[in-house]
Design a protein around this ligand. Structure first.
Ligand code: GLN
Length: 192
């Protein structure tokens, strides 16, 4: 299984390590041709306005949209979640617009830039999932087709729409591989 990790900015190396620990091969993606032959793509955290701009500058916006619409699974974390959303509250910034969700950026308030919490995600197993949030967004609205996978303080922080998976937190910054494994085993595997 070959998984691309968008490597324009942000925590892409950590995602590669997590994916490789799960047994997948990875490839950093900075050029359109580096999308060739991928089984899936991971979009890391970072800064979504910068990432959006870089996606356009590097001519990646349209090729990624096209592949994703044609069936490529995509996992977006934090800024990556924002990039997958069709709507961003109070913003017209361009995204890949793949999921029927509305998000709010920096939604937990500027005072609490980062924090860690134990999330209840029974579909990943009994042990709570330690989630690291860094200037995180949350999901404010979802369409019928979107499955809500986790909430924190009632706010939606993890969701899935078919082959698209998003988390408001950073699964690549802990040793818990369950979310990466879920993406590979339950989403990517079923697609190929
Ligand atoms: N605050 C960033 C944004 O709005 C996301 C932060 C992150 O990816 N850690 O783009």
């Amino acid at each position: 299984m070959l998984i691309g990790v968008l490597a324009l900015q942000g925590a892409f190396r950590e995602h590669q390590w997590s994916l490789e620990k799960c047994g997948a091969q990875t490839r950093q993606v900075r050029k359109p041709r580096e999308l060739d032959g991928l089984d899936a793509l991971v979009i890391p955290g970072g800064e979504s306005t910068t990432m959006g701009k870089l996606l356009k500058d590097f001519d990646l916006m349209e090729p990624i949209k096209k592949l994703a619409r044609a069936g490529m699974p995509v996992f977006g974390t934090c800024a990556g979640l924002i990039m997958l959303a069709k709507h961003i509250r109070n913003s017209t910034q361009e995204t890949l617009a793949l999921m029927d969700i509305e998000v709010e950026r920096n939604a937990f308030g500027r005072q609490v830039d980062s924090f860690e919490v134990d999330l209840h995600m029974p579909w990943l197993g009994k042990t709570p999932y330690r989630a690291v949030f860094i200037r995180a967004p949350y999901i404010t609205r979802v369409d019928n087709e979107v499955e809500v996978l986790a909430r924190f303080n009632e706010k939606i922080v993890c969701a899935r729409q078919g082959r698209f998976l998003v988390a408001a937190f950073h699964p690549e910054l802990t040793d818990d591989l369950r979310l990466h494994r879920f993406f590979l085993n339950k989403i990517v595997n079923e697609q190929i």
